[in-house]
Design a protein around this ligand. Structure first.
Ligand code: SOE
Length: 397
C-alpha cells in the first residue's frame, strides 16, 4: 500500500455470509493489488448488538453500529457496502448515494424492477457528481470467467449460438433445513432464481457481451414449510419445532433469447442433489466452444473447431498465468485461487474505478437489466399459456 495513498473509509451494512466474504475482500485487496486509495474497514452495521459486535471483532472492523441511517450520513464514510437481505438494498443504496457515498450492493440488486429502476436513476445522478455504484456479481472476477469473456470478444469461438448456464446447489434437499430470510419472498424477492440464477444470468450476458431480451420459464417449490430458525445472541441460530411457509422457489428453469439471436437455457436449483456450488457456463459458437465450472474454477475448457480435425477435443486451460485477468497480483502459475479471491478482485475493480473517476461495472443499470430478466421469468412461470398441453398423455408401463 503506497504511503501517500488516500483513505477510503468503508461502512458495511449487514454481516451474514456475504459480510464475511466482503470483509475478506476489503482486508486482502490492498495487500495484493496496488490501489491509489486504501480501503479502511471502519464500521459494520447490524440489528443484533452482540452479534454485530462479534462480527466486527472477528473480521477486523474498527467499530460497529446499530443504525445504518446515521452511518451513511457520517462525514468520515466514503463507501457503503450493502450485504443485507434484498428488501433493504434500495432504501440503503438511495440514501447512501444521496449522502455522497460510493455504493457496492450485493446481488440481486433489488427485489423488484420498480426498486431497481429507482436505484439505477439514483446511481446515474450520483455518477454525474463522481459518486459511483456497482453490483456485487462477484463471479465476473473469477479469472477463468474474465478470460472467457476476452476469448469470446476476440472472436475465438466465432458467432455465439447457444449458451447453457446453470447454478446448482443442494443445501435445501433436506426438508429439515431451517427457514431463513433466503426462503421468504418479502425479504429475498425470490429463491434459487434471484439468489443464484441471477449470477448465471449475469455471467451469460457478461461473457457474451449480449443481453437477454425475452424468456420463458417455470419455478417450483418442493418443500413448502420448514422449521423456523431461532437466532441466538451469536452469529448463528438453531431450528425450533415451529414451522413456517417457504414463499420462494427451490428450482427455476428457463430459456432465454439473446438480442443477437443466440438462445440460452438456464437452471438455478438449491435442490440438485450432489451439486454443492456448481456454477456452470457453456458457450458454443461457429468456431468453437468454452466451458466453465466453478467447482473447478481455475480451469477453462476450450474447443477450437478451426484446429486440424485429428486434434479436435476440449483443451483444459489452467487460468493461473500472470497474463490472465487478475493473476498479476496473486501467486505464480499453477498455485490456484479459491472462492475468496474473487472478493478481493472485486474490491480491486471497484476501488480502481473510483480512483480513475470511471463508472465501475456491473453498474446499477446492469443490475436493473438482470432484475428485468428475473421478473420476466416470474411472470412467465405465473402464466399458464407458457405451457402447451400434451394431453392426452399415453400411458407408459
Ligand atoms: C452471493 O453472491 C451468493 O449468491 C449467495 O447469496 C449464494 O447463496 C451463494 O451460494 C453464492 O453467492
Amino acid at each position: 500500500m503506497p504511503e501517500s495513498s488516500r483513505s477510503l473509509r468503508v461502512a458495511m451494512i449487514g454481516y451474514g455470509f456475504m459480510g464475511a466474504a466482503h470483509s475478506h475482500g476489503w482486508r486482502v485487496a490492498p495487500r495484493v493489488f496496488d490501489l491509489a486509495s486504501s480501503p479502511v474497514m471502519q464500521v459494520v452495521v447490524g440489528r443484533n448488538s452482540p452479534a454485530v459486535a462479534a462480527a466486527a471483532a472477528k473480521w477486523g472492523w474498527a467499530e460497529h453500529s446499530l443504525d445504518w441511517r446515521e452511518v451513511v450520513e457520517r462525514d468520515d464514510i466514503d463507501v457503503v457496502d450493502i450485504v443485507t437481505p434484498g428488501n433493504l438494498h434500495a432504501e440503503i443504496a438511495v440514501a447512501a448515494l444521496a449522502a455522497g457515498k460510493h455504493v457496492l450492493c450485493e446481488k440481486p440488486m433489488a427485489n423488484s424492477v420498480d426498486e431497481a429502476v429507482v436505484m439505477a436513476d439514483a446511481s446515474r445522478r450520483a455518477a454525474e457528481r463522481g459518486i459511483f455504484s456497482m453490483v456485487g456479481f462477484t463471479y465476473r472476477r473469477v479469472p477463468a470467467i474474465a478470460f472467457a469473456r476476452e476469448l469470446v470478444l476476440e472472436g475465438k469461438i466465432g458467432e455465439v449460438r447457444q449458451i447453457r448456464a446453470e447454478y446448482l446447489q443442494d443445501w435445501l434437499v433436506d426438508p429439515e433445513a431451517p427457514l431463513t430470510w433466503r426462503m421468504k419472498e418479502e425479504l429475498a424477492g425470490s429463491g434459487a432464481l434471484g439468489d443464484i440464477g441471477a449470477h448465471a444470468i449475469d455471467l451469460a450476458q457478461f461473457v457474451t457481451g449480449d443481453a437477454i431480451d425475452a424468456v420463458s420459464g417455470v419455478l417450483r417449490t418442493f418443500v413448502s414449510e420448514r422449521p423456523v430458525l431461532e437466532v441466538s445472541q451469536g452469529l448463528s441460530g438453531t431450528s425450533s419445532a415451529e414451522r413456517g411457509a417457504v414463499t420462494v422457489d427451490d428450482l427455476a428453469l428457463f430459456t432465454g433469447r439473446f438480442r443477437s439471436g443466440a438462445l440460452g437455457s438456464f437452471e438455478a436449483s438449491r435442490m440438485r442433489t450432489g451439486r454443492k456450488n456448481a456454477l456452470r457456463l457453456e458457450i458454443s459458437g461457429s468456431l468453437g466452444s468454452l466451458s466453465f465450472d466453478l467447482e473447478r474454477q481455475n480451469s477453462l475448457q476450450f474447443y477450437d473447431a478451426t484446429a486440424r480435425s485429428t486434434t479436435h477435443g476440449f483443451t483444459e486451460i489452467l487460468v493461473t498465468e500472470p497474463g490472465h485477468p487478475y493473476l498479476s497480483g496473486w501467486w505464480s502459475a499453477g498455485h490456484m485461487l479459491g472462492y475468496d479471491h474473487s472478493f478481493s478482485n472485486q474490491v480491486f475493480d471497484f476501488v480502481s474505478a473510483i480512483d480513475a473517476g470511471l463508472q465501475p461495472r456491473p453498474s446499477f443499470d446492469d443490475g436493473l437489466q438482470v432484475q428485468r430478466v428475473l421478473t420476466a421469468v416470474h411472470e412467465s412461470s405465473n402464466t399458464d399459456s407458457a405451457w402447451i398441453s400434451t394431453i392426452p398423455v399415453p400411458a407408459f408401463a
